[in-house]
Design a protein around this ligand. Structure first.
Ligand code: FMN
Length: 399
């Protein structure tokens, strides 16, 4: 085995940050920025992540944690981890055959994988690769009819779980994409040409597999238009979709408790709390702050999914403790793919699994469903204040 082979077999990915660093090296800047970038000044995307650091878990002593299991039951399915892969358009830009590699890792770990409407693999391909683990994400297309036919196409292909994304009434301004001249389908500007020339490995392999293009808008006369308004996904549309879709229906992109309750009232099976990873409204609140508020609004038993800012296994545990039943991985999936293909994603998923398992041992729980708000550390500021007052007085007297 050459050195290069051994590096390929064992990607040095121990954290999402490792995958991101490698992805930054390997991808043309325009592509890395498409994945990493967010709306406006990207303050919201940063806050999604850093907010997790302020949440802490309470270690528990001497509990019997010998029967730990990561098996997670959600919406009638049983999964190997409490997480799945979030819908992301154009995953094949991160790595040739990206969607197929995601499907393979997801089936290896028995976790769901959601194909985006804007994917460059077809609805039918993903279903073939992932079987019942394949979910489909629907964007409102040019018309309600075109959108219903995309859902019917997914139904005909055998999908049971449909996610309607409602937080893109208009595509936000992603400044990095504007600066880089990123557009879909690609226009090969001189700037892009230079960027690609500086990353020959990515460019040659991507060209060899055919430049990725959206594959799931075949029913629409104008094909895929990334900038098209999706504001047609309104309450009336949702109600009609609920009537037509016989399987499980999830609404993604909910950030307000009022909206969550209204979605719940329409007979939707689950609400997906997400601010699109900060890619839509820079000033949106950090998604994790919204989770307990929405949990409170919909009651203890209504199914909730969550994404935006999850970067490691302890973040997953925190999201479950704050009210999520299931979590989805966004950018970390693409960083890992770009870093080292399927092996990269497998390594990263193993890191997530290890971290969730070890955190459960530390906080004294054996089952995913036992991760409740009881595992959170909530400082009792009053008693801290009481105890520290004499010391504070002492310190100020000494200065
Ligand atoms: C490159 C990229 C493409 C995305 N495409 C879609 C999409 O087509 N449909 C959708 O509902 N969400 C899409 N999202 C949002 C993700 O589903 C998810 O909400 C977000 O990535 C979560 O934030 P995080 O990456 O910070 O964890 C995309 C995100 C990224 C990074």
């Amino acid at each position: 085995m050459t050195n290069r082979d051994s590096v390929r077999q064992k990607p040095r990915i121990f954290l999402t940050e490792d995958a991101k660093r490698l992805a930054k090296k390997r991808l043309p800047r325009m592509i890395f920025d498409f994945v990493e970038g967010a709306a406006g000044r990207e303050v919201g995307a940063g806050r999604n992540e850093t907010r997790f650091d302020d949440i802490t878990l309470q270690p528990r002593a001497m509990a019997d944690v010998s029967k730990r299991s990561l098996i997670t039951r959600f919406l009638g399915g049983e999964y190997g981890l409490p997480l799945g892969i979030a819908p992301m358009g154009m995953c094949n830009l991160a790595c040739p055959k990206g969607d197929a590699l995601i499907a393979r890792s997801a089936t290896d770990r028995n976790v769901p994988v959601c194909l985006s409407s804007a994917a460059s693999s077809s609805i039918e391909e993903m279903r073939r690769w992932s079987g019942d683990l394949a979910w489909f994400q629907l964007y409102f297309g040019q018309t309600a009819d075109a959108s219903f036919s995309a859902a019917e196409r997914a139904r005909d292909a055998g999908y049971d779980t449909l996610i309607l994304t409602i937080d893109v009434p208009e595509v936000s301004r992603r400044i990095r994409d504007q600066q880089n001249g990123f557009s879909l389908p690609f226009r090969l500007t001189p700037r892009a040409f230079l960027d690609f020339a500086l990353h020959p490995r990515w460019s040659i392999s991507t060209l060899a597999h055919g430049v990725p293009a959206p594959r799931n808008f075949a029913t629409e006369s104008k094909g895929f238009d990334r900038k098209a308004s999706r504001a047609g996904a309104d309450w009336k549309f949702l109600q009609e979709l609920r009537g037509r879709w016989p399987g499980k229906l999830i609404v993604k992109g909910i950030t307000s408790p009022e909206d969550a309750v209204r979605v719940q009232g329409l007979g939707v099976d689950a609400v997906y709390v997400s601010n699109h990873g900060g890619r839509q409204l820079d000033s949106a609140p950090p998604a994790i702050d919204l989770l307990p508020i929405i949990r409170n609004a919909v009651g203890p038993n209504y199914p909730l999914l969550f994404d935006s800012g999850i970067r490691n296994g302890e973040d997953v545990v925190k999201a479950l403790a704050l009210g999520a039943d299931f979590v989805m991985l966004g950018r970390p999936t693409l960083y890992a793919l770009a870093a080292a293909g399927g092996a990269g994603l497998q390594s990263l998923l193993q890191c997530f699994a290890d971290d969730i398992d070890l955190a459960m041992a530390q906080i004294g729980v054996n089952r995913i469903e036992d991760i409740t708000d009881q595992v959170l550390f909530t400082p009792d500021f009053q008693s801290v204040h009481h105890e520290t007052t004499p010391r504070a007085v002492h310190l100020s007297a000494a200065t």
